[in-house]
Ligand binder design. Sequence first.
Ligand code: ZN
Length: 280
Amino acid sequence: MRRRCPTFLVVLSNSTRDKLVDTNPSPHNYLPTGDAAGVIVIPAASPSVEPIPGADDDHKPGHPLQNEFVLFHEYGHLLAHRLKIWSGNNWVNELVPNIFMNTYLVQSRTDLDFVLQDRRKNPRPALRYTSLADLDYLYGAVGAENYYWFQFQLERIADFLAQGQTMPGIATKLQSEFPAGRQKQETLDELNGRFSRIRAGFLEMAGSLAGRRPSRRTTRRLAGMRLRGLRGRRLPWTIEAPGPSCSHCSTELLGRYSREAGLPLGRWLERRSNSLTAAV
Ligand SMILES: [Zn+2]
């Protein structure tokens, strides 16, 4: 399988960023319409990151290639879009780019092996929101730190699922399991069935991430959002900066929130237009 995925890579310098309103401080992407090129934006001054053990000097925090691997995550979003891979579960749409990223790193970027080793060997302590169901419902609203924790966990799961796969092989399997157009939110058991055709053992690997429902905390928060939205007050859930933001993720998130709040998306977008310039 050979697919071209034309891409503009934009490195947002500090001086340009200072001239813009409300820029997104994290790497993010814009999906193309049709066969146009997608856009990946990497801010030159990314939020500070924790050092990854084993990183060479160029990949240490504050150095030019810190978090270089995130570029491949963003590219994974463009690739999934081009291959018409999509899921009705938010977190799956974040897992898929990590599967592409992982497969690419294993096959072609052994110099970045320290990233994979870190994910395999150095677990991160749990934060406020801990289940994939929480991520599915709250997405970026779990807050930046918790979102990055989820991304770390999704990278671990991707590493498990991508074992022994080739890029064409995994792409074909993901296309078959998650064809765009069927966007129903699925249960973990349904998803486990899909992942087991890629590699058996997803639920065991996910461990405590694999709760069947959102936590009470998440349910309460969703209820609070709904109440406040219907009362017409300032909506409390924003794409917090510095936050995780792949552009389409944010769009999906906004759609979901607007449904939760009982507001038409257009009206909702109007209300939030100031904070949206960076998100969509
Ligand atoms: Zn993403």
